[in-house]
Design a protein around this ligand. Structure first.
Ligand SMILES: Cc1cc2nc3c(=O)[nH]c(=O)nc-3n(C[C@H](O)[C@H](O)[C@H](O)COP(=O)(O)OP(=O)(O)OC[C@H]3O[C@@H](n4cnc5c(N)ncnc54)[C@H](O)[C@@H]3O)c2cc1C
Length: 469
């Protein structure tokens, strides 16, 4: 066994880990960044099939900012990371739809259009909605000592119409809740502001643009991500972290460790032999089917960027009893951001999925697993035909990933994209001094949320001076 010593270890080169590492390197710290996969990005990553480059975790970047705007979360991130906004080459959404059986709401990056849409569809409820908006504007959602309380209770104290409530919650739940059918109110406000107030955009180069900017910054600061390097154990002594053991039999001594791999995933690393999967491991996972078509989606019948589709009166955001829930989905047409630079049409359908069913099938019978993916693709094609009147179902290429793919490439237990419902907002593990948590399970989800989490936990606990910048 070899050994080495560093000042800081960052576990995971996803959005939270990369952002944290940049901050540490900026302050001249000796930091080791370890990533078990062979490429960076984690849940927000990429892969290649033949000549085509695929994005994994990016439908849209939330928290869109316009040049000249100040003080928004995305600005704060860019300022902290010293990356100019224009380097992201953001292309705004055209519009998005929340499509339920009886009504459809439309929103854009101009919040007034959402108000207008609600006014048209729910004229009797608009004043109640506007009172909720005032409450949201005045709420400090990022305070680390906010208590957890259920968002639907708060929203019902303003809005009485359950149909409107279901429609408002739909995009916020599927883009950022680790809880079934509800969410913590602070998280609701984070998502409300980032999606409805600020809106969606996509970097022209997709996920790669974001990741390349972050990894280039790390390199320019003299840092390095060590890939294919997994932490197999976090070592503690007398209630304090003192190092980690790596899969290449290296012991790294260190008294400051930031984990971005998740709450229970970190607890498992503290105690790999004794860890027992707990109830509170997240249950929300997804499949995604990606179809490449000759025609672009606007030719096939839709200019919308994202459609939050639900075919029931209420929105069932929960782990389905079946392999996927085929009555709801998020449908993303990346071509329909305003600056389309793609040669082909891209249609992405994300469905809620049952991790255990996929896991059992995958381990029992590979052929049936692959067959099930084909069935999901067929169901998603039928859904697309509903939304795109000119779509015949023909495509040039397709790929489907399942919840087990998510666990395989990111280590998230249960394929839970939004982690566990047990968030650790303080980022501390009280029983292990020097060990901190950032990213998904600190409670700040999505690409922007994870970066913000990596930065703020690093500033707060490792760079006490940095937080005031
Ligand atoms: C299909 C899909 C669509 C999405 N769409 C959007 C979207 O449109 N907009 C948006 O904002 N967000 C979206 N997200 C969510 C977003 O990608 C994530 O919330 C965010 O990237 C989480 O970042 P993170 O750093 O917290 O965690 P992760 O990305 O999970 O990073 C953790 C890293 O730790 C590594 N790791 C795990 N265990 C170990 C170990 N033992 N040793 C070393 N390394 C380890 C993992 O490989 C991973 O790279 C989507 C996600 C998915 C899957």
């Amino acid at each position: 066994m070899t050994s080495q010593k560093v000042d800081y270890i960052v576990i995971g080169a996803g959005m939270a880990g990369l952002a944290s590492a940049i901050r540490l390197l900026m302050f001249g710290k000796k930091v080791l960044i370890v990533e078990k996969h062979s490429i960076p990005g984690g849940l927000n990553s990429y892969y290649k099939r033949g000549k085509r480059e695929f994005d994994v975790g990016l439908h849209a970047l939330t928290n869109t900012v316009k040049p000249g705007e100040k003080g928004k979360p995305f600005h704060k991130i860019l300022k902290q990371l010293r990356i100019p906004l224009e380097n992201f080459e953001l292309s705004p959404q055209s519009y998005s739809l929340i499509k339920f059986p009886d009504k459809t709401l439309k929103f854009t990056n101009d919040f007034n259009e959402f108000i207008e849409s609600i006014h048209q569809q729910f004229p009797n409820d608009i004043d109640q909605f506007l009172s909720l908006v005032e409450h949201i504007k005045n709420f400090n959602e990022v305070a680390l000592d906010n208590e957890t309380f259920m968002a639907k209770d708060v929203v019902r104290s303003f809005i009485k119409n359950e149909s409107l409530i279901e429609m408002i919650f739909c995009p916020l739940l599927i883009y950022g809740s680790a809880w079934e059918n509800d969410m913590d109110f602070s998280q609701f406000v984070v998502m409300f502001k980032s999606i409805y107030f600020e809106g969606f955009a996509r970097p022209n180069g997709g996920v790669r643009t974001i990741i390349n900017l972050l990894t280039a910054k790390i390199e320019s600061l003299g840092g390095e991500v060590r890939y294919k390097t997994a932490v197999t154990k976090i070592i503690e002594q007398n209630g304090a972290v003192c190092g980690v053991l790596l899969n290449n039999e290296t012991l790294v001594e260190c008294s400051n460790v930031l984990s971005t791999v998740g709450n229970f995933e970190t607890k498992k690393l503290l105690n790999p032999e004794l860890f027992v999967a707990e109830e509170n491991i997240g249950k929300l996972s997804f499949t995604e089917s990606i179809f490449i078509t000759k025609e672009k989606p606007h030719t096939l019948g839709s200019d919308a960027t994202i459609i939050f589709y639900n075919n029931r009166p209420n929105y069932l955001y929960r782990c389905p009893q079946t392999f996927i829930d085929n009555q709801s989905a998020v449908v993303c047409f990346p071509n329909n951001f305003k600056n389309d630079q793609m040669d082909e049409g891209w249609l992405r359908v994300t469905s809620m999925a049952n991790f255990n069913l996929w896991k059992n099938l995958n381990s029992a019978d590979k052929k049936s697993y692959l067959q099930k993916k084909e069935e999901v693709a067929s169901e998603n094609i039928e859904l697309l035909k509903n939304l795109l009147p000119e779509f015949s179902g023909d495509y040039l290429f397709k790929d489907v990933f399942s919840p087990t793919t998510i666990t395989r490439y990111t280590g998230h237990l249960g394929g839970a994209v939004y982690g566990s419902p047990d968030k650790i907002r303080s980022g501390k593990f009280p029983e292990t001094k020097g060990l901190y948590l950032a990213g998904t399970d600190q409670g700040f989800l999505g690409i922007v949320g994870a970066m913000l989490s990596g930065i703020s936990i690093t500033n707060l606990y490792f760079l006490q001076n940095g937080s005031n910048e």
